[in-house]
Design a protein around this ligand. Structure first.
Ligand SMILES: Nc1ncnc2c1ncn2[C@@H]1O[C@H](COP(=O)(O)OP(=O)(O)OP(=O)(O)O)[C@@H](O)[C@H]1O
Ligand SMILES: [Mg+2]
Length: 230
């Protein structure tokens, strides 16, 4: 279970999140939508433990991330989460396959096994042909699919993805979303996808909408009433 409890986050004078509470049930599949600047990435970064809120708690299986050191949060993220960042964070000097292998290798998987798993996943996402290209030399859409593969390769409990199909055309966006939903469902992971795209959101079960740093009350209440999110 992943939970934000009354999370407030400010950047200098800007309040990006005000008192946001959200519970993602184990295995739930949720779309996070809302206008540009409404706080979607900020919330995802808090849930991933990349940013620590000024107030409130982020609970991963009951453990409060905000009480951990940077190192402990990184470790917990590696062990339990897969994150696709909005602006990418693949290592440009490494190949696509090497980037995807990283989480497995950091967790102790040997090179050959990590590579074979990475290639399998890249194949499922339709980018096996660029496995041995440096990520700095592939297209935006190919890099995005590599980032999706890297987020799933170590079979995390939680997958958080920020606009994972933003650089893809409609056909490829749907294919990647389908693969992402199928793969995360296959491992029983909880999935949260930030998107501007209604078509992408329609591949998920739940919808959370942000407005001006807060969860939109109408959607929140509707989802809460269904007892899954909120
Ligand atoms: N590093 C930063 N420093 C200062 N302000 C920031 C920073 N990152 C985000 N903000 C501000 O915080 C608010 C929320 O930003 P956030 O990136 O969470 O929005 P978003 O919903 O992800 O938008 P988009 O759909 O454009 O990605 C905005 O007002 C933004 O300008
Ligand atoms: Mg964003």
């Amino acid at each position: 279970m992943l939970e934000a409890d009354r999370v407030t986050l400010t950047y200098g004078a800007t309040t990006a999140l005000r008192d946001v509470s959200l519970t993602l049930a184990p295995g739930s599949r949720t779309a996070l939508m809302g206008p540009s600047g409404s706080g979607k990435s900020s919330l995802l970064h808090c849930l991933a433990g990349v940013l620590v809120p000024g107030h409130g708690q982020v609970l991963v299986d009951g453990q409060d991330l905000t009480g951990l050191s940077d190192r402990e949060r990184s470790r917990l993220r590696l062990e339990r989460m897969g994150v696709v960042f909005q602006f990418g964070d693949l290592v440009p000097e490494l190949t696509v396959a090497e980037n995807v292998m990283l989480p497995l290798q950091l967790l102790g998987t040997r090179h050959a096994a990590a590579r074979s798993r990475a290639l399998e996943l890249l194949g499922e996402l339709g980018v096996a042909d660029v496995a041995d290209s440096r990520t700095g030399a592939v297209s935006g859409g190919q890099a995005q699919r590599a980032a999706v593969a890297r987020a799933l390769v170590h079979e995390p409990r939680v997958v958080l993805a920020d606009e994972p199909t933003g650089s893809l055309d409609t056909v490829n966006a749907e294919a990647v979303l389908d693969a992402m939903v199928a793969l995360s469902t296959g491992i029983g992971a909880t999935l949260l996808v930030v998107t501007h795209d209604n078509l992408v959101a329609s591949h998920l079960d739940e919808l959370v909408v942000m407005r001006d740093g807060a969860l939109d009350g109408a959607h929140d209440a509707a989802l809460g009433a269904r007892g899954v999110v909120g």
